[in-house]
Design a protein around this ligand. Structure first.
Ligand code: AMP
Length: 216
């Protein structure tokens, strides 16, 4: 089953993705993670994506669809995927539909995480990452050595700075929110999930909406 996790930046998609992926027995495709790894490794993809990412702007659709196509056609994703952070524009939704169609598959469900902007800003301001591994942490001051012993330091993602967060929320409203209407207009299986609550509560809500959809 292919599940699209949809929602504002900071809605908890990245927290829920591994939990849902494990429960459903499919791997995660998180375009933000793929891009951040490329930036850290200094690959051509990373060099192309970095400035848009730092500003909180979107990376071009063609770049994203290249990542998605390569991943979904690979053996690793043969049983399905939890898509985290993609799709973010209508052209990406159209492209995903084409890629899946070529593979004889389709989106099984779109889980739309609902949360208001104030809660987003609160969550993001407490979010740090290990500058070596990219692993997320909350509840530590910036500059703390990474608790996982990687030798890295906990820092704020550039795109988690307040200015970039404002940009990301504006981008979400202008370019990403219309994706939900696009899916609804096509009769896709869109389920809204209240994203406020404990991590466990939100996982349970998300899973119960996926179960309602059945498993192709
Ligand atoms: P995320 O970790 O999903 O918040 O993604 C971090 C950043 O990577 C975004 O702010 C964008 O700059 C870029 N990015 C990730 N996924 C996409 C996507 N599907 N479309 C465009 N840009 C993306």
């Amino acid at each position: 089953m292919v599940i699209v996790l949809f929602g504002k930046p900071g809605a908890g998609k990245g927290t829920q993705a591994p939990r849902l992926a494990e429960a459903l027995g499919v791997p995660i495709l998180a375009t933000g993670d793929v891009l951040r790894a490329a930036v850290r490794a200094g690959t051509p993809l990373g060099l192309e994506a970095k400035s848009a990412m730092d500003r909180g702007a979107l990376v071009p659709d063609a770049v994203i669809l290249g990542i998605v196509k390569e991943a979904l056609a690979s053996e690793q994703f043969a049983r399905g995927a939890v898509l985290d952070g993609v799709v973010r524009t209508v052209p990406q939704a159209e492209g995903l539909e084409r890629v899946l169609g070529e593979l004889g598959r389709a989106v099984g469900a779109v889980l739309a995480f609902e949360i208001d902007d104030e809660e987003i800003v609160r969550r993001i301001s407490g979010r740090l990452v290990d500058d070596r591994t990219g692993a997320p942490y909350t509840g530590y001051p910036p500059g703390t050595p990474s608790p996982d012993g990687s030798g890295g330091t906990l820092v704020r993602r550039k795109d988690d700075e307040p200015e970039a967060v404002r940009t990301r929320l504006a981008v979400y409203r202008a370019q990403t929110l219309p994706v939900l209407d696009w899916y609804r207009a096509r009769g896709a299986n869109v389920r809204t999930v209240d994203a406020v609550g404990s991590v466990e509560e939100v996982t349970a809500r998300a899973l119960s909406s996926v179960e309602l959809t059945g498993r192709p």
